[in-house]
Design a protein around this ligand. Structure first.
Ligand SMILES: Nc1ncnc2c1ncn2[C@@H]1O[C@H](COP(=O)(O)OP(=O)(O)OP(=O)(O)O)[C@@H](O)[C@H]1O
Length: 576
């Protein structure tokens, strides 16, 4: 019903304490309102002086106004707590996404991650404001009313007391049914978010291959599923409202019947009978309100649980064991990897097995192997984006993993398609190195061969590029990635994951001329399918089924006449 983790947030105890006091005063106001109304009606019935009736009606109005004001005040007390807490949850969640990294996001699903951080937070806000007020009403108001009724007529109080658990029982049964339906509704909603975002990202491909209609139908099917799940939650919600209204009305009718009998046979005077009759609906009101809104708060409850699961996911510890005096990777620095294994969370076997390799200084290292042999996984482990099990040493210092701040602050990464942020060309270029002069940026643009494109941009370095703005071609994107590397002389470990895989051979050969000088004075680890790079490499790691099966220079590997030679023939598309 109420997640106990709510109480741990700053300000929760104060807000809930105030809520408790205000609800208590509200309960007294409700009793005052009921009592004053009963007295007024009794006086009218007994033909008492109009003046005494007017006074008591004024008391009734005051109690009524106080009750309503307290209702508003309770929302005012909770609103800042809900605003502050959900705001904090949102920023913690986005920070946690950054800490957990891309593999955790892809496990959760991009659509769900986005929905959770935006709509999920709104749902949690509703959950806080709706559920807390109603829950406190339910926990306080009926019992104060009951205690008051007990002082008037203990038999009626006992009847009201024993009927309450029956209603609660019904609420629990229907609540469980609503929870199951709401869980399905929430699951279909998340599936819909993931499908939608996936289809949007893959829209170009889907259009190209004429499958966009099929995917649109797919989204329609998932949204239909979500609609049906929502309708079935609503059915349960309406049924639950009907059932609770029926039982509470029946209970009030029974109370009225006994009070009527008492009045007729003279065992019960009019005033206490009227007071109990007026207060009986108030006794049931909080539980009815709670049940009516219960289904509406379930999505918020699920979103809150999901957000807390993401926030409670352990981030990597020991990220600052490795310390570097001088920032730059030096010619005598070493990185040794021994018996490194890695298994993806959803995989059955180790994707990388017994990796043993040493890197020294400004070596140029190529990683080759067939598709799926583990090249990208190895690069991701070297970059500290994934964490495996094994022995890792930098300059003979043993480290638990490579997600070390001082190691990652030396890295430059050039993937197949560098990410272009929706920002100015200036900020996109000065990615690693901020505060570069315009001259330095324009020089880099010239070196990587982006002059013609740059000349066509109306706002020069201030042109907004990326999604929804000026788009760069695959080759231009790669050149922007190169310019980023060129502009930063501090980071000296370069990880390249098939950076030219999407480019035609002419563009690649042109880019190669720009890339090779960048390799000087850097440790370069380069996953590639393209053989022409191998002649420029000091070390080649040959991967097969997650293992390094051979390693050496090009001539050493050729002399071996082993797997590498067969792989080369296969990569050339010819058999020797
Ligand atoms: N996120 C993931 N979850 C589970 N398995 C994965 C994941 N990413 C990759 N794999 C699996 O790990 C193995 C190695 O993949 P990896 O991407 O490292 O290969 P690769 O040699 O870089 O392939 P390619 O040349 O096609 O890019 C493959 O069998 C792949 O299916």
């Amino acid at each position: 019903m109420l997640d106990p983790r709510i109480f741990k947030f700053p300000g929760a105890k104060r807000a809930l304490g105030l809520l408790c006091i205000l609800t208590f005063i509200q309960a007294i106001a409700i009793i005052g309102q009921g009592r004053a109304l009963s007295i007024a009606l009794t006086k009218v019935w007994e033909h008492k002086q109009l003046q005494s009736v007017v006074i008591i009606i004024l008391v009734f109005i005051s109690a009524y106004v106080l009750r309503q004001l307290l209702g508003v005040l309770k929302e005012y007390v909770l609103a800042p707590f809900a605003d502050k807490t959900t705001g904090m949850l949102q920023s913690e969640l986005t920070k946690q996404y950054a800490n957990l990294g891309p593999s955790a996001i892809s496990q959760l699903g991009t659509g769900k991650s986005v929905t959770l951080a935006v709509e999920g937070i709104d749902q949690v806000h509703d959950y806080f404001t709706l559920v807390l007020v109603k829950l406190f009403d339910m926990m306080i108001i009926p019992w104060i009313i009951l205690a008051y009724v007990f002082t008037i007529d203990w038999k009626q109080a006992i009847f009201l007391f024993f009927i309450y658990p029956v209603i609660v029982l019904f609420m629990i049964i229907l609540g469980y049914a609503a929870q199951a339906k709401a869980d399905r509704e929430y699951e279909t909603f998340n599936r819909l978010s993931n499908h939608f975002v996936d289809s949007l990202r893959g829209l170009t491909t889907l259009k190209q291959v004429g499958l966009s209609k099929k995917y649109a139908d797919n989204i329609y099917d998932v949204s239909e599923d979500h609609r049906k799940a929502t309708i079935s939650t609503l059915k349960i919600a309406i049924l639950s409202t009907f059932a609770l209204d029926f039982f509470t009305t029946l209970s009030i009718a029974i109370v009225a019947l006994f009070l009527g009998l008492g009045l007729m046979n003279g065992t019960m005077p009019l005033l206490p009978a009227l007071t109990i009759l007026v207060l009986a609906p108030e006794y049931f009101e909080p539980i009815r309100n709670f049940a009516n809104d219960y289904h509406a708060t379930l999505n918020g409850k699920n979103a809150f649980a999901d957000i807390m699961t993401v926030l409670d996911t352990k981030t990597v510890a020991d990220s600052d064991i490795y310390h570097r005096e001088q920032q730059r990777w030096q010619a005598d620095d070493t990185l040794e990897i021994n018996n490194l294994n890695y298994q993806y969370p959803n995989a059955n076997n180790n994707t990388l097995q017994d990796i043993n390799v040493s890197f020294k200084g400004h070596q140029r290292v190529a990683i080759v192997g067939t598709s799926g042999s583990g090249k990208s996984t190895l690069l991701n482990l070297l970059g500290g984006f994934l964490i495996g099990k094994g022995n890792i040493k930098i300059n003979h210092q043993t480290l638990p993993h490579l997600q070390q701040k001082d190691w990652q602050s030396q890295l430059q990464v050039l993937p197949q398609k560098p990410y272009i942020f929706h920002d100015t060309l200036r900020n996109n270029l000065a990615f690693y190195a901020k505060n570069k002069t315009d001259e330095a940026l324009i020089h880099a643009i010239q070196v990587v061969g982006l002059n013609d494109w740059y000349a066509s941009l109306e706002d020069g370095l201030d042109t907004i590029i990326g999604e929804g703005a000026v788009q760069a071609s695959g080759g231009q994107t790669q050149r922007i990635g190169l310019a980023r590397i060129l502009l930063d002389q501090e980071r000296r470990v370069l990880l390249l994951d098939e950076p030219t895989a999407h480019l035609d051979i002419e563009t690649e050969i042109k880019l190669k001329e720009t890339m090779l000088p960048l390799f000087d004075g850097r440790l370069v680890i380069f996953a590639t399918h393209r053989l022409h790079w191998l002649a420029q490499m000091d070390l080649i790691l040959v991967m097969r089924d997650g293992k390094i099966v051979e390693q050496g220079t090009l001539s050493e590997l050729n002399d071996k006449q082993g797997y590498f030679v067969a792989l080369q023939s296969a990569m050339r598309g010819s058999k020797k």
